[in-house]
Write a protein that binds this ligand. Structure first.
Ligand code: IDP
Length: 154
């Protein structure tokens, strides 16, 4: 039996991940884990959206460079659903600084610089919903029956 309510998380392949050809690898890690994909698009981020998404970091010294990095090329927006998805996605993604991220995590396996850390994942269920609202229109999120469910959940 799987514990916990179903949650939603906003995961994003950042411009470095797209440029490096890591989109398939990153989506694949979440698919193989068993989480359900409910939204997916390649997207060129408007500056205002990047600023709003990272609004909590406005006072940080790296904020300007962070926004510039996020709008520097296309990103891949990924909406995922599942029990405990938010915490689980954060574990799969690994620590913010790839040099501190455990091997086996996305950042631990695929990066070396905190300013180029390949992927984003929401840090709370509330932020998951907030971020999905920022990056996706309602009609871009698809409800569908995952026929694998009986093989994933008791
Ligand atoms: P998170 O992405 O692991 O949740 P946050 O602290 O929310 O980490 O920071 C958001 C993003 O800001 C990071 O993913 C990274 O791209 C960038 N960032 C965080 N700390 C630094 C830093 O010290 N230098 C440059 N960029 C940073």
């Amino acid at each position: 039996m799987i514990q916990g309510e179903s949650e939603r998380s906003y995961v994003m392949v950042k411009p470095d991940g797209v440029q490096r050809g890591l989109v398939g690898e990153i989506i694949s890690r979440f698919e193989r884990k068993g989480f359900q994909l409910i939204g997916l698009k390649l997207f060129k981020t408007p500056k205002e959206l990047a600023e709003e998404h990272y609004g909590e970091l406005k006072e940080k010294p790296f904020y300007g460079k962070l926004v510039a990095y996020i709008i520097s090329g296309p990103v891949v927006c990924i909406a995922l659903e599942g029990p405990g998805i938010v915490a689980s996605a954060r574990k799969l993604i690994g620590a913010t600084n790839p040099l501190n991220a455990e091997p086996g995590t996305i950042r631990g396996d695929l990066g070396i610089d905190v300013g180029r850390n390949v992927v984003h994942g929401s840090d709370s269920p509330e932020n998951g919903l907030r971020e999905l609202g920022l990056w996706f229109d309602d009609d871009e999120l698809i409800q569908w029956d995952q026929h694998m469910t009986p093989w994933l959940k008791e």
